[in-house]
Write a protein that binds this ligand. Sequence first.
Ligand code: PMT
Length: 221
Amino acid sequence: MNTDGLAGRRVVVSAGPTFEDLDPVRFLGNRSSGKMGFAIAAAAAARGARTTLVAGPVALGTPEGVERVDVRSAAQMHSAVMAALPADIFIGAAAVADFTPATVAAEKIKKRPGEDGLVLQLVRTADILADVAGSEARPALVVGFAAETGDVEANARAKLEGKRLDLVCANRVGVEGSGFESDDNALLVLGHGLRVELGPASKTDLAVALLDIVAQRLPAR
Ligand code: PMT
């Protein structure tokens, strides 16, 4: 196990969901608890990395030694992640909304007599991971996650190539015992010339195993 490679390195991790506001009382969100990303940030800090955790709205305590930046929306997460660069490593474990309401209503959206439905207009959010990978301050290693319900490996490989990542960690969502909310997970880690299955195991143990791979692939200082 390589425990020294991360000491003193700058690591930025994103975790949790984003909430996209519709009006003052409603939002579009997802099931991410933040456990996976928080476990990675905790493991990185424990190995001596200078770690910034950009967290969506979650109910988790800040891991020891981690600098935490709380955000709510995908746009706020994008700004906070870009502001945290330069870094040696970026790990995007957050479940970032792909779409956000085109407008946020200033007042609570009311039911109108005679209307039996409501059409929401959504627009694409910026892709944080792709923007980090394409930035002038590109970290030496950019690691993404892929939350998939089917064709896990093919979809994850498409994200590895499409977003110009160094590693992608695919996990199955929508099943008991892995992905969202669970304390456990199973990861298929893909890279250029790399295919490793990790787990099933606790997210804490998976974070350590993932950082072993990251440390091995980090270019020398
Ligand atoms: O938080 P937990 O409850 O512990 O659950 C963990 C998890 C399932 C959320 C985590 O393991 C995980 O898979 N995170 C990524 C979830 C996701 O949004 O996957 P995706 O396949 O939709 O996105 C692919 C990658 O692009 C992800 O690294 C994501 O952070 C990133 N992305 C997506 C959209 C966007 N606008 N910006 C991004 O950076």
